[in-house]
Design a protein around this ligand. Structure first.
Ligand SMILES: [Zn+2]
Length: 141
C-alpha cells in the first residue's frame, strides 16, 4: 500500500547509520588544541550565537541534513545552547525533524535572520543551519 510515507512529509536522511564513515566521536584522543572553543557568529550581522563546545549529538550525530517540502536542503548542527538566538512563535509539535521534540524557529538575536530551529520545551537543544554561521577561531595573544 505504501500509505505510511504520507505521514512523513519531510524526508530525514539523518536516521540512517553511515557505514562508509569512520566513527568520529568514540575512541579518539582529544588533543589539547581542541580544548579551546571557537565562537560561531551570524553570517549576516556578526552577532555571537554560540560556541563550538556547545555542540551536541542528537540521534547519534551532530550534523544532520534535511530537505524541506520546497526541496531546499538544510545542513544543521545540534547545539546544547545558543544564547545568541531568540525563539520565534509558539513551539510546534507537528512535523518535527526530531520526533518527540516540539520546535520553534530560532532567529538571530541581532538581525532576526532565520538561523535554524530550537527543539524541545526548554528548549533542550538548537538545530542551527551551519551555512548561516561563520566560525571565528578564538584569538590567542
Ligand atoms: Zn544576525
Amino acid at each position: 500500500m505504501g500509505g505510511a510515507s504520507a505521514l512523513t512529509p519531510w524526508r530525514c536522511d539523518a536516521g540512517r547509520p553511515n557505514p562508509g564513515r569512520p566513527g568520529t566521536s568514540t575512541g579518539r584522543h582529544r588533543s589539547s588544541s581542541e580544548d579551546r572553543s571557537d565562537r560561531l557568529r551570524c553570517r549576516a550581522c556578526g552577532e555571537a550565537i554560540t560556541e563550538s563546545d556547545a555542540r551536541t549529538e542528537i540521534a547519534g550525530s551532530h550534523a544532520h541534513t534535511f530537505v524541506n517540502p520546497a526541496g531546499l536542503v538544510f545542513e544543521i548542527g545540534c547545539f546544547a545552547r545558543a544564547p545568541g538566538c531568540v525563539g520565534v512563535g509558539e513551539p510546534q509539535p507537528f512535523f518535527s525533524w526530531f520526533p518527540g521534540y516540539a520546535w520553534r524557529v530560532a532567529a538571530c538575536g541581532g538581525c532576526r535572520a532565520h538561523l535554524g530551529w530550537s527543539y524541545g520545551d526548554g528548549p533542550q537543544f538548537h538545530g542551527l543551519i551551519l551555512d548561516r554561521l561563520v566560525t571565528e577561531p578564538t584569538a590567542r595573544p
